[in-house]
Design a protein around this ligand. Structure first.
Ligand code: FAD
Length: 393
């Protein structure tokens, strides 16, 4: 008769699948079984590693580093928002590792930032407060941060992917001989307690998870608005470590002669906006952005753009959303005449609500849209603006 598989005897060894001359056998696992198999495979890896002397040496070195650090970027005593966003993520990572979350505060007259860091979840703050650190300059900050890292040995150091963070993180990683993953979009901890650093790679076509398992600290930068802002707990306190580092003005070659403030007039912060109306190549011309501005004005929002629109000279570079532009997370993102290339999507797909207007119903932007309107933006956008005006009247 028909060959039968005795299920009570099957141990899932797959030998029958390999041996079957007609390739007629297949084994399927349920989702729960797959999870158990993945967990077993992880345990086996760990057990195999026990015997490897190189692995044992690695573990001993790695165990010498502990704690999650967030570098609190400040300008004139005011912290960058991204530092608090990282504090939220850092708290999660520290909890998974069962270690302390620490803030690193550097500058002059900046102790108040340690207290602010505690309200965002830090357990401890390393404070370097001296006149030479008043304004950011690469060398004194580099020397000071490397000094703290070498002395207190954190396992993870996170920084904002801002102008300052990009400059400092690369220099520090080079000096302390470790790895750095820039512009991460996701951070997590793997079963071996390594930091999983996820970011778009190959022009945004894949998401790569990068690990730095042989060197410490593990360093990553994250852009503003990628991680959510954590809730603040008023009155929460922590321990301040008053660190010191012998560094005087005469050791520093670069001098700050004058600080000229950028005039904020005309500056539009798309990264912090709650409502963004963005235009792409479908806008056809610079003048046509006026209809987006009208809609943005009705919403109390700002106008953004795709790279094609910026490259065409229709919008300034600081309005660009995407991989090489800003990452935004508004309440509502309205994409007008934007096809939805992956490099654009990575900059806006975490918006709370996405409305796409495109005349091509196959446009990839519709895959991330909460609401899609297939039609001519030159009809749809003015109609939305007119309706909003009627509702307000
Ligand atoms: P198109 O792809 O040309 O799309 C125009 C859309 O408008 C089409 O879907 C069309 O159907 C629609 N349309 C035309 N007329 C109308 C109309 N009257 N009504 C309604 N719809 C209409 N891009 C970014 O945006 N940000 C980045 O940061 C970025 N970084 C990049 C980095 C790298 C390394 C690379 C290689 C590319 C990057 N790009 C970036 C470019 C990206 O790949 C796309 O080329 C770009 O996003 C396309 O812009 P678009 O959607 O405006 O134009």
């Amino acid at each position: 008769g028909e060959p039968q598989i005795e299920l009570s005897k099957c141990i899932g060894c797959l030998k029958c699948v390999k041996a079957c001359p007609g390739s007629a056998l297949e084994i399927f696992y349920t989702k729960e079984e797959l999870e158990i198999l993945a967990a077993l495979a992880g345990q086996q890896d760990l057990a195999e590693d026990e015997a490897d002397p190189e692995e044992l040496a690695r573990r001993e070195y790695v165990a010498g580093y502990q704690g999650v650090w967030v570098f609190v970027e400040q300008t004139e005593g005011e912290a960058a928002r991204v530092s608090w966003e990282l504090m939220g993520k850092g708290k999660e990572l520290a909890a998974k590792l069962g270690v302390e979350l620490c803030a690193v505060v550097m500058g002059h007259k900046v102790e108040h930032l340690c207290h602010e860091a505690f309200t965002y979840g830090a357990d401890k703050a390393y404070l370097l407060d001296q006149p030479v650190l008043e304004y950011y300059r690469t060398y004194p900050y580099l020397d000071a941060l490397c000094h703290l890292i070498e002395r207190y040995k954190p396992e993870i150091v996170l920084m904002g992917a801002t102008g300052m963070g990009r400059d400092l993180a690369g220099a520090v990683a080079t000096r302390v001989k470790t790895g750095l993953t820039a512009d991460c979009t996701g951070l997590d901890i793997d079963p071996k307690r390594n930091l999983m650093q996820t970011r778009p790679a190959f022009g945004g076509n894949i998401m790569a998870t990068i690990m730095c398992d042989r060197f410490r600290p593990q360093m990553a930068t994250v852009r503003s608005h990628v991680m959510p802002m954590p809730a603040q707990t008023a009155g929460r306190s922590g321990k301040i470590v008053h660190a010191s580092f012998p560094l005087s003005e005469s050791d520093v070659f670069t001098k700050v002669l004058q600080v000229i403030r950028d005039s904020k007039a005309g500056h539009v912060d798309i990264a912090g906006a709650e409502f963004i109306v963005s235009g792409g190549r479908g806008m056809m011309a610079k003048e046509n952005f006026a209809i987006l501005q009208e809609l943005a004005d009705e919403l109390g929002g700002v106008v953004g753009a795709s790279r094609s629109a910026v490259d065409a000279g229709w919008m300034p570079g600081d309005r660009q959303v995407g991989q090489t532009g800003k990452t935004v997370r508004p309440k509502i993102y309205i994409a007008c005449g934007i096809s939805g290339a992956i490099q654009h999507l990575v900059g806006m797909q975490d918006s709370d609500l996405i409305i796409a207007i495109n005349r091509d119903k196959e446009a990839p932007i519709f895959e991330v849209a909460s609401y899609g309107i297939v039609g001519d933006l030159f009809e749809v956008v003015p109609a939305i603006t007119a309706t909003l005006r009627e509702l307000k009247a």
